[in-house]
Write a protein that binds this ligand. Structure first.
Ligand code: RP5
Length: 163
């Protein structure tokens, strides 16, 4: 659902982030939220980042999900340039297992927030759900899908463990 008028922008620093960030996209699909996905690197394509973040709100985006690994400046730099809520996903890095990504995304200076999720797959999945819950505040169809997802998840948990 890479839509013409997307509500959510998923950006990532590299093609190598996509297997993780796809989990955010999967959740948005499940919730019926339109989105776009782009590779936007703070270090390798800084002008692309500048243009994306500065135009995001006027293009109609409502939430940005930004995933990056290592020296993960993408979410913070995006948050510096747009008033939209930015959800940061620390991608698991090869050298430090994503601790570097987590610290560099979470430790923003006061005044420039990035809503930071967990490292890796769980963080990407939750970023998708959280973005949908923000959209659901003003979209009843998305709110209904979110309720359905939560109810199904609850129902799937057995009361007793099996051997
Ligand atoms: C970051 O560097 C990307 O977000 C990625 O997680 C990491 C490694 O990128 P590649 O060398 O795989 O392109 O900018």
């Amino acid at each position: 659902m890479d839509s013409a008028a997307p509500c959510v922008g998923i950006i990532m620093g590299s093609q190598s982030d996509w297997p993780t960030m796809k989990l955010a996209a999967d959740m948005l699909e499940e919730m019926g939220v339109s989105y776009e996905k782009r590779i936007v690197s703070a270090h390798r394509t800084p002008q692309r980042l500048y243009d994306y973040a500065n135009n995001a709100k006027s293009r109609g985006l409502q939430v940005i999900i930004a995933g990056a690994g290592g020296a993960a400046h993408l979410p913070g730099m995006a948050a510096a340039m747009t008033p939209l809520p930015v959800l940061g996903v620390p991608v698991k890095s090869r050298a430090l297992n994503g601790i570097d990504s987590l610290y560099s995304i979470a430790q923003m200076p006061g005044g420039v927030p990035v809503g930071t999720l967990a490292i890796g797959d769980a963080g990407a999945k939750n970023a998708g759900i959280m973005a949908a819950s923000i959209i659901a505040l003003q979209d009843e169809a998305v709110a209904a899908k979110l309720d359905e997802f939560r109810a199904k998840q609850t129902a799937s948990v057995a009361e007793e463990p099996v051997d």
